[in-house]
Design a binder for this molecule. Structure first.
Ligand code: PLP
Length: 233
């Protein structure tokens, strides 16, 4: 058994007590590993590759909530639209429009997160602040997607302060666009006034190496892979 059951139970207990959702990131891992955590009660699983996700979805129990967390190409959206629970990685309006189009075809409303570029590295995908504001302003036209929140990945560094600053920044953006935090008068003093406020519920940040820090900075959903399933090749 390669799945780390003790780590799962410890992390699950810790997250449950803080009301943080655990997405078990099972990319590259065989269906049997997913089934092992499913049998312990885990229902949220995250995948990065469309073909792999579709294959696993067909083999595994129907009540698994599948999260798509990788870079998503527009021509692949149709393959996951019928069943995906949450797409974390929306990084352009064109992608969001395609998700909306496929959602209409399936007769559903697809929940999504907008991925924000918070890391110093150039290579990571995600929206900058201006793009985020633009995309949120376009939302009223898209009736078959619902933006639940934001997602971000911190820099790959051991410098905890760098990671903390990046998570803190993402949380501040989340609060800025969030309807609930902006009903408080404090937001009115903010120089930046978004065009649209949203009833956001989900801030997806934190992975195996940095999830405790992410929770300290306000994460509501963490995406943990290698701590549960072992390292990937
Ligand atoms: C692979 C991946 C994870 C999980 O990473 P671990 O370090 O294995 O926990 C989380 N989020 C995204 C977007 C990923 O691609």
């Amino acid at each position: 058994m390669v799945v780390n059951i003790e780590a799962y139970q410890r992390i699950r207990q810790e997250l449950d007590s803080k009301k943080v959702v655990l997405v078990a990131v099972s990319k590259t891992k065989p269906p049997g590993d997913i089934q092992a955590l499913y049998d312990l009660g885990q229902r949220d699983f995250g995948e990065n590759y469309v073909q792999e996700l579709v294959a696993k979805q067909q083999q595994l129990p129907a009540d698994i909530r599948w999260h798509f967390i990788g870079h998503l190409q527009r021509n692949k959206v149709k393959d996951i639209a019928p069943f995906v629970h949450l797409i974390h990685s929306v990084d352009s309006l064109r992608l969001l429009e395609e998700i909306n189009r496929q959602a209409i075809k399936c007769g559903r409303v697809i929940p999504v997160l907008l991925q924000v570029h918070i890391a110093r590295e150039e290579t990571k995908f995600g929206l900058d602040e201006t793009e985020l504001n633009e995309i949120i302003s376009s939302l009223p036209a898209l009736a078959n997607v619902t933006v639940k929140g934001l997602m971000g990945m911190a820099s790959l560094t051991h410098d905890q302060e760098v990671i903390r600053v990046e998570f803190h920044y993402l949380k501040s953006l989340y609060d800025r666009f969030s309807l609930s935090s902006n009903t408080k008068e404090s937001a009115q003093t903010d120089a930046f006034q978004p065009a649209v406020y949203l009833p956001l519920t989900t801030l997806s940040m934190g992975m195996s190496s940095d999830y405790p820090l992410a929770i300290e900075e306000g994460s509501t959903m963490v995406r943990v892979g290698s701590l549960l399933f072992g390292s990937r090749n």
